[in-house]
Design a protein around this ligand. Structure first.
Ligand code: FE2
Ligand code: FE2
Length: 271
């Protein structure tokens, strides 16, 4: 049972710090029709032999497929958060986040159509989503999805935008950097509200959930579809350094929320 002495703040109390993000999200809202369709190429254009062109195109299609998969899963997760949130302000906020994630899917779907169709799914991303969707408590869902995952995905959008200048893909990644920045920050704000009245047991479950998720997150970061498999060995050292940094940052953030992170276990393979 949850420790009684730690549940003094009634969960019905208000969360004005989350309402701020509702207002911010409304102000930042955009539409798929605002994107530069037809003005810019969907993905970087390549010239040369047909085989080379197809290979390059396959790389971009695989990049888009992974993000489409991630955002489709995010729609389900945002819907769960909307349903489970215990504060009126948080429900309002999550109604915007669910719309954001659905809009992201709409944009990726149009983009993958223009780029030539989807490639294979990342099996680790599906596994991660199953963990998120199966978590019991709101505290754990906000923690793993918004505090950890939303944040870890942001540098990836910056990287894609830089690698695909002057394309619809780059335009979309810039929009997502802003949206997911809000998703992460609002999650931090709501998690702080929730932790005010969370039991020791709930906090311990959050740490256990993070330990369960991290090895799969590492697999997800290191995984590449066959279109990009040829760069895997060349990038291995850089990938490992990046994933280590991302995991360590995530743990620092958890600790800044006042959680005891000493029990978080994770293993990053040697190069
Ligand atoms: Fe998204
Ligand atoms: Fe998001």
């Amino acid at each position: 049972m949850a420790a009684i002495e730690e549940t003094e703040t009634p969960p019905e109390s208000q969360a004005p710090e989350v309402f701020r993000y509702y207002e911010l999200a409304k102000k930042q809202e955009w539409q798929v029709r605002d994107m530069p369709w037809g003005e810019l190429p969907p993905i970087p254009e390549t010239t040369g032999a047909k085989e080379r062109v197809e290979k390059r195109r396959g790389i971009w299609r695989s990049v888009i497929t992974q993000q489409l998969q991630a955002d489709s899963l995010a729609v389900e997760m945002a819907a769960q958060l909307l349903e489970m949130a215990r504060h009126q302000e948080a429900k309002l906020y999550y109604s915007t986040m669910a719309q954001d994630e659905a809009r992201h899917v709409e944009a990726w779907l149009r983009l993958i159509g223009e780029a030539g169709g989807p490639t294979e799914r990342d099996p680790y991303l599906d596994k991660l989503a199953q963990i998120f969707l199966g978590l019991d408590s709101l505290e754990e869902k906000v923690f793993l999805m918004q505090v950890f995952f939303e944040r870890m995905i942001i540098p990836r959008f910056r990287l894609i935008a830089r690698s695909a200048p002057d394309t619809v893909l780059a335009d979309l990644c810039k929009r997502l950097t802003i949206d997911d920045g809000i998703h992460h920050s609002s999650g931090m704000a709501y998690e702080r509200v929730l932790l005010r009245s969370a039991s020791k047991e709930t906090k311990a479950r959050m740490i256990k959930g993070a330990s369960r998720m991290l090895p799969i997150f590492v697999d997800h970061v290191l995984w590449r579809p066959k279109e990009r498999d040829f760069i895997t060995s060349a990038m291995r050292t850089a990938d490992l350094a990046r994933v280590r940094e991302e995991v360590e940052d995530g743990i620092k953030i958890a600790s800044s929320l006042g959680l005891d992170v000493t029990d978080i276990e994770y293993h990053i393979p040697a190069a």
